[in-house]
Design a binder for this molecule. Structure first.
Ligand code: ZN
Length: 133
């Protein structure tokens, strides 16, 4: 069984959305981090055992720019924590899920990540993440 690690929300401007989510969740943003390889700047909030990740694009080719151009701001992905990301990727491919990256890649928050194509997951972008050890 997988546990929800965080929910990713695409936003136009962290500068506007960080204070908004601090008010909403009644907790301070505890970390911001740029992931240059993905063209995003992220901001994290604790929400119970899970987290909220806000994502702002840092360039026009960022997946977040494309997402916002198409759908506007909003829910972007659900991230599930896994123990062994390579084993999970293999398991899911064998079941017919389509991976967006063939190898785990570096994500925010010191994690290895892999995304599943939304067309094989009822339209929801899914992220698998594993703590780097
Ligand atoms: Zn994420």
């Amino acid at each position: 069984m997988m546990k929800i690690e965080h929910l990713g929300i695409a936003v136009k401007e962290l500068a506007a959305s960080i204070p908004l989510f601090e008010q909403l969740l009644n907790t301070p943003c505890y970390k911001t981090e740029e992931v240059a390889s993905e063209g995003v700047k992220t901001a994290f909030f604790q929400a119970g055992e899970g987290k909220i990740e806000l994502l702002e694009a840092t360039n026009d080719n960022s997946p977040i720019s494309k997402f916002i151009a198409k759908k506007g701001e909003g829910m972007h992905h659900i991230a599930f924590e896994v123990e062994n990301i390579e084993a999970e990727m293999k398991r899911l491919v064998a079941l017919g899920f389509e991976l967006l990256n063939e190898q785990p890649k570096n994500g925010a928050d010191n994690k290895l990540v892999c995304f599943l194509h939304p067309k094989t997951t009822n339209g929801v972008l899914i992220e698998l993440c594993q703590d780097k050890r």
